[in-house]
Design a protein around this ligand. Sequence first.
Ligand code: BEZ
Length: 159
Amino acid sequence: MIKVGDKFPSATLKVMGPDGPKDVSTDEFFKGRKVALFGVPGAFTPGCSAKHLPGFVMNADKIKAKGVSEVACVAVNDVFVMDAWGKVQNTAGKVTMLADGSGKLAKSLGLELDLVERGLGVRSRRYAMIVDNGVVKTFNLEEGTGVDKSSAETLLKGL
Ligand code: BEZ
């Protein structure tokens, strides 16, 4: 499992651009700047929609005021779902919605969450991290699917 001090793994994610889905290389995304990244088990799921993502939308400007260049959310969902979820949650200009559609990043991070029996397949554990120039500086991991350690408020307190 990823830990503080590790280099963030190289992976290709997707983001919705004006002309459709675009690749995002994690190496490029994290290069030379500080990013707040949080991972969620699933777009549109109750805890992620009612608490985790809204907390980051609400606190994005405060997080950025502490020297963070971008706040991003990642889930094992396809780019169309992540885009639709972002629109419903008014993330524009606040939180970038990244798709780890096939779960390759969750696997590389060692953060896979088996929700097969709940009908969601293999997703990602819930976490928040600060990645500074590609290196993990803060890593707040939840034990279950609840939102506490990985919340925007907790991340902000540590900045
Ligand atoms: C949630 O409430 O965020 C959640 C519910 C079921 C599976 C995964 C996440």
